[in-house]
Write a new protein. Structure first.
Length: 267
């Protein structure tokens, strides 16, 4: 028996990184997986996005674990793509019990050279994206009278960061939206929480390092300041936190912010 037997989890940004690790862990615990990802290179930032092959291999991996998966490619900014993916999930599994709003981007930009494109991409993907997905999923959760929504913010949704004003704004926005949704959705039996990882060892971290001309360890150390002597945490660490928060073991957790920061915010 797994914690998620008979349940369905819809995960954005699932092709690689934290989304993929979470999909695999929830599948191991019995969940059906709906994996959504842009699955192509988009205009900003210039590092590697997920791919269609990664979505296909995730589906195969979930099936190897004895689970079922639907995959859908699309941008969280694209309402038609999001709606189609949610409808495909409902057609396959009948419900969505867990929504992990995980898709996101990061890049550095200074205030005086911040372009409209950089600002709009960051806010569009990291803040409007979760709203786009959530507003299509919530009607099904309300109908079921239950559900859990987990937003992947960041330590940058609880502190400031140098040359990261658009990222920090998007992540603080997501933290605030978590609280607003928790209030609005509690009467329907729906819980909403946010998670706040320190640097995570994913393609995002590698991509930021390459863009800054640093090694992945250097970029993690520059931005982190973890108390524990590690440059980063692993995608699987995020997955364990999400699995706990999405399970009935966390039945009274809502509106709250869960840090997974190797002690960073203690400083
Ligand atoms: N890596 C870190 O250090 C770190 C730390 C704290 C929080 N986060 C947050 O965690 C989340 C996941 O990050 P990750 O480290 O796994 O990053 P990643 O870049 O390794 O993976 C992100 C995934 O999201 C997908 N994606 C990006 N934009 C999308 C869009 N517009 N529509 C649909 N899919 C899209 C990508 O294709 C990719 O598969 C992000 O929201 C990020 O901001 C990351």
């Amino acid at each position: 028996m797994g914690d998620f037997d008979g349940k369905t989890a819809f995960i954005t940004g699932a092709a690689h990184g934290q989304g993929r690790a979470t999909a695999l862990l929830l599948a191991k615990e019995g969940a059906n997986i709906a994996a959504f990802d842009v699955a192509r290179q988009i205009e900003y930032p210039s590092y590697s996005f997920g791919t269609g092959e990664e979505l296909e291999s995730l589906k195969a991996a979930v099936e190897n674990l004895g689970g079922k998966a639907v995959i859908a490619s699309g941008d969280v900014r694209d309402d038609a793509a999001v709606t189609a993916a949610v409808e495909k999930t409902i057609a396959a599994f009948g419900k969505i019990d867990v929504l992990f709003n995980n898709a996101g981007i990061c890049a550095y930009a200074e205030i005086d050279t911040m372009t409209d494109d950089a600002w709009n991409s960051m806010i569009g993907i990291n803040l409007k994206g979760p709203m786009n997905v959530t507003r299509r999923v919530v009607p099904y959760m309300k109908k079921a009278g239950s559900g859990v929504i987990i937003n992947n913010s960041s330590v940058m949704g609880l502190r400031g960061g140098n040359r990261l004003s658009h990222y920090v704004a998007s992540k603080w926005g997501l933290t605030g939206m978590t609280k607003a949704w928790a209030i609005e959705l509690a009467p329907f039996g729906i819980r909403v929480v946010s998670i706040h990882p320190t640097g995570v060892n994913t393609p995002m971290n590698d991509g930021l390092a390459a863009m800054e001309g640093l090694t992945p360890v250097e970029i993690a150390e520059r931005s982190a300041g973890n108390l524990l002597p590690v440059p980063w945490i692993e995608a699987e660490d995020t997955a364990y936190l999400v699995a706990y928060l999405a399970s009935d073991k966390a039945r009274f957790a809502t509106g709250a912010q869960f840090t997974l920061d190797a002690g960073l915010l203690t400083r």
